[in-house]
Ligand binder design. Structure first.
Ligand code: NI
Length: 179
């Protein structure tokens, strides 16, 4: 897929899928909130909304830097939007199981154990430190996206046997795409 340009220099970026090396890398910390970071954040938002998805991490658009966007309302409610630079989960509590998917692992949904409540710390686009307490689905999405920055996919949380089956399925579907 070629990048799709829309108005005002907004671009829908290509989403990297399972097998792309960038998804296995530990992403670099961001030291400067420059034009590049600001425009990447905007483009990631567009990309997430158009997918549609509720979270996206920079490595998923082939940028190995520590930036995530999360919006459970998919653009409906401004208060639901979080753009975080160098996010870090600083507290985890409880556990719950829920089915999870990922734009980088298409068509796979599996139950994953995650904390019920987390506290995440990061910086917003204005350079202000943000500390956010999140529960349930929001906590889950923060964990999932922060995982991406450490080269971890949700299927890495599954049993080796299950992961193996999924890998075979993903390999087969990418072969089918090529044929
Ligand atoms: Ni994901």
């Amino acid at each position: 897929m070629v990048e799709q340009r829309i108005e005002n220099d907004l671009t829908i970026l290509e989403i990297m899928t399972y097998g792309c090396p960038v998804l296995k890398q530990k992403a670099e910390g961001i030291t400067d909130i420059d034009e590049d970071v600001l425009s990447l954040a905007q483009n990631m938002l567009w990309t997430m909304y158009s997918a549609p998805g509720i979270g996206l991490a920079a490595p998923q658009v082939d940028r190995s830097i520590r930036l995530i966007v999360v919006d459970l309302s998919v653009g409906e409610k401004k208060a639901d939007l979080f753009i975080l630079i160098n996010p870090e989960i600083v507290q985890r509590e409880g556990s719950c199981v829920m089915e999870e998917g990922c734009l980088s692992v298409p068509e796979i949904n599996e139950k994953v154990v995650r904390p019920e409540r987390v506290v995440i710390k990061g910086t917003d686009l204005e350079g202000k430190e943000r500390v956010i307490e999140a529960k349930d689905l929001l906590a889950r999405v923060f964990c999932h996206e922060t995982d991406h920055l450490n080269g971890t996919l949700f299927i890495d949380h599954l049993s080796p046997l299950k992961k193996d089956l999924i890998k075979k399925k993903l390999k087969k579907s990418s072969e089918d795409d090529r044929s």
